[in-house]
Design a protein around this ligand. Structure first.
Ligand code: DX5
Ligand code: ZN
Length: 218
């Protein structure tokens, strides 16, 4: 059964404690936390003071997705702010292998994210070292965008690569996940689905989490 990671990017920041508690008390598996620097992506989300506040309250795995340049500079600080998984972008790392090792040596699981245009096979020489591959199913930077249909094929290609290389990496899909595409993504091989606006814009977010989990049961 695939895991569900609500993205707090779409939470109500005026009521963050309430929204974190909602996830704590829901059937969701992880917290997905999007950090944007306004350089790698055309948007700025939040920084360490917010992450620390989330960490104090959040009782599930913290899956932190960095959309920033030079992520190496902050690995230790993200660890201190409570990240369990730390995912960096392939496109933002010149020395990806080194950055992955730095994350693992700091005591976190290491993820690598790929933009929609980035070829999965570029991970061939590193797939055995990573704990998670995050496939962007929208262009990173904003919640609430339309799902890119090409993603299903990318998930299947990643699954093939993982099997071929004997890797244990999880496949995560991020962006535009809804009740309509969740099952198809899980069937294609996704292990973790991120959902931001689908959860937080729902009339009843707790119920939406339950419904999404129901869809991805296999
Ligand atoms: C986009 C972020 C996503 C975003 C998903 O750059 O990485 O995690 O929060 O939001 P939805 O589910 O609304 O597309
Ligand atoms: Zn994300």
């Amino acid at each position: 059964m695939a895991l569900l990671a609500p993205s707090i990017l779409s939470a109500d920041f005026g009521n963050l404690d309430r929204d974190i508690d909602m996830i704590n008390n829901s059937e969701a598996d992880w917290f997905h936390i999007d950090v944007m620097d306004g350089v790698f992506v055309p948007n700025i989300s939040f920084g360490f003071p917010v992450l620390e506040a989330v960490n104090k309250k959040a009782k599930k795995i913290k899956d932190t997705h960095l959309m920033i340049v030079n992520p190496d500079r902050y690995v230790e600080t993200f660890k201190k702010s409570g990240a369990d998984y730390l995912t960096i972008h392939y496109e933002a790392c010149v020395h990806l292998h080194r950055t992955v090792q730095v994350i693992k040596n700091a005591g976190m699981k290491a993820g690598v994210a790929l933009n929609p245009h980035t070829f999965i096979r570029l991970l061939e020489d590193i797939i055995q070292d990573v704990d998670l591959v995050l496939i962007m199913s929208v262009n990173p930077g904003f919640g609430g965008q339309k799902f890119i249909e090409n993603t299903y094929g990318k998930v299947a290609d990643t699954k093939d690569l993982i099997i071929q290389k004997n890797s244990y990496a999880l496949i995560e899909v991020d962006g535009g996940v809804t009740l309509d595409n969740a099952k198809k993504l899980a069937d294609a091989g996704a292990d973790v689905l991120v959902a931001g606006s689908t959860v937080f814009n729902a009339e009843d977010p707790l119920r939406m989490i339950k419904d999404l989990k129901e869809r991805i049961k296999s």
